[in-house]
Design a protein. Structure first.
Length: 147
């Protein structure tokens, strides 16, 4: 009778060992997959806004925006571009009391009013719609301007 008892004990030990191994192996399968560093369908960089695109184009073609820190129309023009885009624009401060003033450049360009844009050798005075600036400068990018 004793041989049966050993056999039953051996079966229980083996079954328990197999069950524990299966449980441990199953836990490894439950770990979440590691996210890949890049997703194939994800763009490399976020798209730029139409305003930033226009501002970069204006800078690239050498357009100049003459203004004065105290000029409300200059502020309006800057706000049409937005904070991020206006950083791209070649802004020339004409008032000696402003930040990074260049009244010498304004005098040389014979600026008579603010804001004044100089695009491809021609001057345009007053606040200009972004569509108008795009037309004048030959901008061919996105024109879905917010302002």
């Amino acid at each position: 009778m004793q041989p049966q008892r050993i056999n039953l004990r051996s079966i229980i030990i083996r079954s328990t060992t197999i069950a524990l191994l299966a449980l441990v192996a199953g836990c490894d399968l439950l770990e979440p997959p590691v996210a890949s560093q890049t997703t194939p369908n994800q763009p490399a960089a976020p798209p730029i806004s139409a305003e930033v695109g226009l501002a970069k184009h204006l800078k690239k073609i050498g357009a100049k925006f003459y203004g004065a820190y105290w000029c409300p129309h200059c502020t309006d023009q800057k706000q049409m571009f937005g904070e991020e885009a206006v950083k791209q624009i070649n802004y020339i401060e004409c008032d000696a009391g402003g930040k990074n003033p260049r009244p010498d450049l304004c005098k040389k360009a014979e600026i008579e009013g603010y804001p004044t844009w100089e695009i491809q050798g021609k001057q345009y005075t007053g606040v200009l719609a972004l569509q108008k600036l795009a037309d004048i400068s030959g901008y061919e990018g996105d024109r879905n301007f917010k302002n």
